[in-house]
Design a protein around this ligand. Structure first.
Ligand SMILES: *[C@@H]1O[C@H](CO)[C@@H](O)[C@H](O)[C@H]1NC(C)=O
Ligand SMILES: *[C@@H]1O[C@H](CO)[C@@H](O)[C@H](O)[C@H]1NC(C)=O
Length: 264
């Protein structure tokens, strides 16, 4: 028998292949893609303990408790984007300086803080974080992975990379009975968030949350005594995912709740 494909089968094959390609495109679309390398500079703040890096502008609080540790950086306002860059991940490597560690190693950091402009200093002489400069003020231990700290400032190459996180996102609750303020941490993929909604198990309606400061989102609503679900849109990939029943009905502020979903 000749192994020719009948016209009907050919159409079927075509549909099957197109569908598979669409599925693949859809899944890669939603994944955060590594961005090209760019040039900037890096400095460091604080000492080897990283004490000064805790409680940064993104609102992640104690970075050891929230899982980011010492692999963090404060971003100049150009990169910080009013907090929408909080949680995003960067590879940074020292380049073209005698202070670079041998072998041009890169280190990966999470954005946890803002490096504010210093208008008293020129942007080429101390005002490193003044716009429009893209600048990284790294935790000292992170800086020491790429260069000698004695350098003070080094030229670097950097690129956005997907954030590799274990498990689901963490939701840290603050506020009061009428105002829920949520910090989402351990965000994978782009690591960043552009929009959030909350839904109570009794009210059953998605309530849009507004961006507060850093990485926090707020809802002015009475949500006590209900299990809470969250809908979250990634800033970088625009993907939206839903985390159902993140917090049980007896949730309270000051608590952190884990979910099982995350961005890639
Ligand atoms: C958040 O998630 C990370 C990673 O799963 C974990 O190490 C960390 O302890 C969590 N933080 C809290 C406060 O639950
Ligand atoms: C909330 O309820 C769960 C059971 O659903 C219980 O295990 C937990 O201890 C309660 N938490 C508080 C703070 O009462």
């Amino acid at each position: 028998m000749a192994a020719s494909i009948q016209p009907w089968n050919r159409t079927f094959l075509f549909i099957t292949i197109s569908f598979s390609v669409m599925m693949i495109m859809e899944s890669t679309d939603a994944m955060f893609q590594t961005k090209p390398w760019s040039y900037s500079h890096a400095t460091f703040y604080g000492d080897e303990t990283g004490r000064e890096t805790m409680g940064g502008a993104c609102g992640y609080g104690n970075l050891f408790a929230s899982g980011y540790g010492l692999a963090t950086a404060a971003l100049s306002s150009t990169l910080y984007k009013n907090g929408f860059a909080c949680g995003s991940c960067f590879q940074i490597k020292c380049t073209n300086s005698k202070w670079c560690n041998p072998g041009t190693p890169y280190t990966t950091v999470t954005a946890t803080n803002l490096c504010p402009p210093n208008w008293y200093q020129d942007s080429n002489n101390g005002g490193w974080c003044n716009p429009p400069r893209a600048h990284f003020d790294m935790a000292k231990p992170a800086f020491m992975k790429i260069a000698q700290w004695k350098a003070g400032i080094v030229p670097v190459m950097y690129r956005r990379v997907p954030c590799a996180r274990k498990g689901g996102m963490n939701f840290s609750f603050q506020g009061n009975g009428y105002w829920l303020l949520v910090y989402v941490m351990n965000v994978g993929g782009g690591g960043d968030i552009s929009q959030m909604w909350v839904k109570g198990s009794k009210t059953g309606k998605w309530i849009s949350m507004s961006h507060n400061w850093g990485a926090s989102y707020q809802a002015f609503a009475v949500l006590g005594g209900q299990a809470l679900s969250f809908k979250i849109t990634s800033y970088s990939t625009k993907e939206t995912i839903i985390a159902y029943n993140v917090a049980p009905p007896n949730w309270s502020t000051g608590m952190t709740y884990k979910c099982s979903v995350n961005f890639r």
